[in-house]
Write a protein that binds this ligand. Structure first.
Ligand code: HSE
Length: 313
């Protein structure tokens, strides 16, 4: 295979109480990336569409950083030309940097004849997250690579678990067009937790996971509470309280900040409720003067999809 075209889904990470440890992909929006092997052993980003401020310098671009590390570990058998179409806006909170990193890891691995296992791809992709925000978190890249509802039980050593979840679990998302950098949204978090809050948070994480396995929607709803990041980060999101109230009134099981924001997501039982919640989110945002996009999706069972091996088209 000399080239490959892939689709990488957006991801909702944290999922309220699971800061840095829970995430899932959605069916749309997503990015498209194309990778072509070159004889010259250099990496070039040749096209970026849909994002103005991403660097073309391969040492600064996430796709360049991740692919260089993988190719170097493989003995630099070839170089690459990379094209990126960003359907997921940077700074949106739905895994934009994670998509570039995870997509690169999966695509380059395919061009390397699957030399690395899925689990080995995650640390490569996390390098992209470090270059974007300075932190090594996997709650966007692992769901984008594996698909499904993902728990990162441990980072050292890396322990990734695919969780069971009810088939009719849907998600509504609103993405207000303001940019929040993950680094800034992390810097404002308190570095120490009160024991009382920690107990609350891990009770909710355990409850959410038990609820997913047992298909117990009341338990899922009761557990979707974040006493750590939401109280601080919600202040960065215009109209956050109004959005959350609207989602819950329209029947959402729970509602929270997607990743580091500004996107806000809600989980629902069934597609019809998700559509109702999406309308309620839109209505709640109408008079803010801020543009926004909304999405409804199932929790996607697939992560990165290979659209074509370009040789075969
Ligand atoms: N878990 C990360 C954070 C996700 O909340 O900072 C960032 O996309």
């Amino acid at each position: 295979m000399d080239s490959i075209k892939i689709f990488i889904p957006a991801t909702v990470s944290n999922v309220t109480c699971g800061f840095d440890i829970l995430g899932f992909p959605v069916e749309a929006p997503g990015d498209i990336m194309i990778f072509r092997k070159t004889e010259k052993k250099e990496i070039h980003i040749i096209r970026i569409k849909g994002a103005d401020n991403l660097p073309y310098d391969a040492d600064k671009n996430i796709a360049g950083v991740v692919s260089r590390k993988m190719l170097e570990e493989a003995g630099m058998p070839f170089g690459l030309e990379i094209e990126m179409e960003k359907g997921i806006k940077p700074g949106s909170g739905i895994g934009s940097s994670g998509a570039s990193a995870a997509g690169t890891a999966v695509a380059v691995n395919n061009l390397l004849d699957s030399r690395f296992s899925k689990k080995e791809l995650v640390p490569f992709a996390m390098l992209g997250e470090i270059s974007a925000s300075g932190t090594r978190h996997a709650d966007n890249v692992a769901p984008a690579i594996y698909g499904g509802f993902i728990l990162i039980r441990s980072y050292e050593p890396l322990d990734i678990i695919r969780l069971d979840y009810p088939g009719d679990l849907y998600c509504a998302i609103i993405h207000p067009m303001v940019e929040i950098r993950t680094k800034d949204a992390r810097d404002i978090l308190k570095k120490n937790l009160a024991l009382k809050n920690a107990v609350k948070q891990w009770g909710n994480v355990a409850g959410l996971i038990a609820g997913l396995f047992r298909k117990d929607y009341d338990l899922i709803a009761r557990s979707m509470e974040d006493v750590i990041a939401e109280p601080v980060r919600s202040l960065l999101i215009p109209g956050y309280d109004r959005l959350k109230k609207a989602a819950l009134q329209a029947g959402a099981l729970g509602c929270g900040i997607s990743g580091s924001g500004p996107s806000v997501f809600a989980l629902t039982r069934g597609e019809e409720t998700a559509r109702r919640v999406k309308q309620a989110l839109s209505r709640a945002y109408k008079n803010t003067g801020i543009n926004y996009h909304t999405y409804v999706s199932k929790i996607a069972t697939d992560g990165v999809k290979i659209l074509s091996d370009l040789n075969s088209v």
